[in-house]
Design a protein around this ligand. Structure first.
Ligand code: ZN
Length: 516
């Protein structure tokens, strides 16, 4: 009996390994299409230079969606549409910004207004006051002193000298270290604590906005937790809820400029600043959308392989690396797969999400509609049809591997698929030992893993994602490395192709329990 079991085990192991045969003639054709006939930077040009920024539901986001749909149809995709979800709330766009120091000397100010904050009433000028509002107790200290003032709400920033280059590629050693499993004692659920922290911070920001509004602040100045040297990170300063009060015009300045103003105030030297900020709340369409399209399958056309990124961006630049790159790579991957003209067993579906930057709203809504709600685990029509979803949302960096998010069974499959791309730097399969069904966070594949579906994110070289581009005023086309996107598109196309023709669907982790 035991002998039989051993034989059976050997047999099934061999069968599993044997199944992942890789068709190198397809690799060859994919590489030729991806490297000699690449269109990936052209996709990025339209997404970033022509239609960026793409704040959810802004005119840029909507126009980018129209362009994507046109391009997907040109590539022969079927069922191309903008699939509605909602409500999202109001959108916002910036139409004008300038900031200047007029006294004691003239200096143009480098800054970026925060989304969902108000306009100035034309060109305004005023005196700045330093009023660090660290907690609610600080409100009392400045009550009655902020009317018609330009208010600096943070202490001067301690700017540390940077000794590292802004851009970085993983060394082999770093990649090796990242592929190592973390200490299992550190895998425990941290989501509740993190969520409580986020909610507390958001509640405080809301109270601070109300205080500044009630006090009649003319403009609010701050800096971001990351960035200096003219790189300014700017996200939301207000609310998508049409019923919430609109905070005063709020600008993130490069910390060197912020600190100069703060030091002058501390020395009681009169400072005069001028701002001209014009923005617009957009309320004509409070639902949002995801853009989807398909390459129809054949033998198992009811089953699905999904691939995507998020089409929306922040507003401070053109959203080139966050996530123009992920969208351009996904569009290019489906173009390459379609150009192979090989019948696929499963249907390939591209999805470019909206509302990612506001909390993965588009992918969460999609997953609830098509697959399952986590709070009931009541299954939607396609829960048992999805083989895998592949996501690219870490900027320009080339693919160095893929994370399996706690799915041990996927590891040997991905290791086999990566083999023909080892010479292009993609070698690592990470995350076998990971808590797989954590609350969605970070990026869109976690909306899938949250309900037990095989969702995977590629591991990418960081390049300048955290130091310069991600949510900043410098997220532009030129910060994207064309060779990285070509490599990423080839690998993504290869993973999509393999998943579409593989005999079985990708193995899954056990279905999680319903959880509020
Ligand atoms: Zn992103």
């Amino acid at each position: 009996m035991r002998q039989f079991a051993v034989i059976l085990l050997v047999f099934t192991t061999l069968a599993a390994a044997a199944e992942e045969t890789t068709d190198l003639s397809i690799v060859n054709r994919i590489k030729a299409e991806a490297f000699q006939n690449s269109q990936v930077m052209d996709h990025l040009f339209y997404l970033a230079d022509v239609y960026g920024p793409r704040l959810t539901n802004s005119p840029g986001h909507r126009a980018a969606a129209e362009w994507v749909m046109k391009r997907l149809r040109e590539y022969g995709l079927h069922n191309v549409k903008a699939e509605k979800w909602g409500p999202f709330g109001q959108s916002w766009k910036l139409t004008r910004f300038s900031g200047h120091m007029l006294a004691p000397q003239y200096q143009p100010l480098i800054g970026m207004p925060l989304a969902w904050t108000a306009s100035t009433k034309g060109v305004i000028s005023g005196e700045p006051v330093l009023a660090p509002l660290r907690n609610e107790a600080d409100f009392g200290k400045f009550k009655g002193q902020l009317r018609d003032k330009i208010v600096l709400i943070m202490d001067a920033k301690n700017i540390e000298m940077s000794t590292e280059p802004l851009a970085h590629r993983f060394t082999d050693q770093e990649l090796f270290t990242r592929a190592k499993a973390p200490d299992p004692a550190r895998l425990g659920p941290t989501t509740a604590a993190a969520r409580a922290q986020r909610e507390a911070a958001a509640a405080f920001r809301k109270k601070r906005n109300q205080f500044l509004r009630d006090e009649g602040a003319l403009v609010v100045l701050q800096y971001s937790s990351r960035g200096d040297g003219g790189t300014v990170f700017a996200q939301s300063g207000g609310s998508r809820d049409v019923n919430d009060p609109i905070p005063p015009p709020t600008v993130a300045l490069t910390p060197e400029h912020y600190n100069r103003i703060a030091r002058l105030i501390a020395h009681q030297i009169p400072v005069k600043l001028e701002f001209d900020i014009e923005s617009e709340m957009i309320r004509d369409q409070t639902d949002s959308f995801n853009v989807v399209g398909e390459i129809p399958g054949h033998a198992r056309k009811g089953e699905l392989v999904m691939v995507g990124g998020h089409l929306d961006s922040w507003h401070g630049a053109s959203g080139a690396t966050d996530n123009g790159t992920g969208c351009a790579v996904a569009i290019e991957a489906v173009r390459i797969v379609a150009a192979l003209h090989v019948p696929l067993d499963r249907t390939v579906r591209i999805a470019l999400w909206g509302g990612e930057e506001q909390g993965l709203l588009g992918s969460k809504a999609y997953v609830q509609e098509h697959f399952a709600r986590r709070d009931t685990m009541q299954l939607g029509p396609e829960y048992n049809k999805l083989s895998a979803y592949y996501n690219d949302d870490n900027g320009s960096g080339r693919f160095r591997g893929i994370g399996v998010g706690g799915n041990d069974m996927a590891k040997p499959i991905f290791e086999k698929w990566l083999t023909p791309f080892h010479d292009l730097g993609a070698t690592a399969v990470t995350g076998e030992t990971a808590a797989p069904t954590r609350e969605p966070g970070g990026t869109d594949f976690t909306s899938f893993t949250w309900i037990g579906l095989p969702g995977f994110g590629f591991l990418q070289d960081p390049i300048e994602y955290d130091t310069r581009t991600h949510h900043s005023n410098m997220d532009f086309y030129d910060r994207v490395q064309p060779g990285d996107l070509m490599q990423a598109a080839a690998i993504e196309a290869w993973f999509v192709y393999n998943t579409a023709i593989r005999k079985d669907m990708m193995p899954r982790i056990p279905m999680p329990k319903a959880e509020k």
